[in-house]
Design a protein around this ligand. Sequence first.
Ligand SMILES: Nc1ncnc2c1ncn2[C@@H]1O[C@H](COP(=O)(O)OP(=O)(O)O)[C@@H](O)[C@H]1O
Ligand SMILES: [Mg+2]
Length: 301
Amino acid sequence: MLERHVLDSTPGVRWADVAGLGEAKQVLDETVVLPLMMPEYFQGIRRLWKTVLMFGPPGTGKTLLAKAVATECGTTFFNVSPATLASKRCDEGERVVVRCLFNLARAYAPSTIFIDEIDSLCTSRGASGEHESSRRVKSELLVQIDGINNSSTTEDGQPKHVAILAATNTPWDIDEELRWRLEKHIYIPLPDFQSRKELIKINLRNVQIAADVKIDEVAWRTDGYSAHDLTNVCRDASMEGLRRKIAGKTRDEIKNMAKDEIEKEPVTMRDFAEALGNVQKSVSPADIEKHNKWMAEFGSA
Ligand SMILES: Nc1ncnc2c1ncn2[C@@H]1O[C@H](COP(=O)(O)OP(=O)(O)O)[C@@H](O)[C@H]1O
Ligand SMILES: [Mg+2]
């Protein structure tokens, strides 16, 4: 059941699809790939982190980065949701499910276990039964993470590298024990000006752009937008051309329009202005403030 559920087969997100976040990419690469390339070197004091927590506001690319790790790093990738871990489908209970997952990961090593929205393991929302079950999942998870953090080599002397990657939008919901065991905490912030420019270019890769489009200006005007918000702006803007083309036409007329006639309609600056009016920023300054505070207290340099 687990094998079917968690062995990831998502089609390739590449590093280049993720705008900005250079430092995060580097840490992830170091965590997952370097130890495989030079296993002898990274022993003892040089031991690299094996467990990383990504935190930041929603829509900044945490899940996307994990998918890029799956493609770029060439390790077996287990994509786990807390709901899978708390699965009742296994008679012996949730603890066995967690243990099973880690055994699988070791069997398929080198591998990466990605636990998205890990905060949901720690909050008490939902029925009391649900809470009880996530408590059991959590305590087994702690045991298993300890095992990963402390393991060095196997019987045959070959390190079996298993890295753990977790993500959350609400790091303050993660309890102390779990926080402490995830060795490296990296902040995935809202995109800065440069990253927004990069993101707009990525999003418009396959779209015709009119000469009047000023990417700098769009980037300038989307301060405070998450990468997801800005992606929506680009999507909306690139849809405007189509809307213009089909306005007032009947279904049949639309069907008979030549495909390239629609595709050649470039996105204009007016389309962006329109889209900026349609798509608002989704992250509040108060939320950013909370992340900054958590970063100052518990983030890794
Ligand atoms: N840094 C980024 N670069 C490119 N696209 C991004 C980035 N961050 C978010 N996106 C876009 O927003 C969508 C949602 O991002 P996601 O990774 O799920 O956010 P998070 O997990 O941080 O809440 C992605 O599928 C992608 O289209
Ligand atoms: Mg996510």
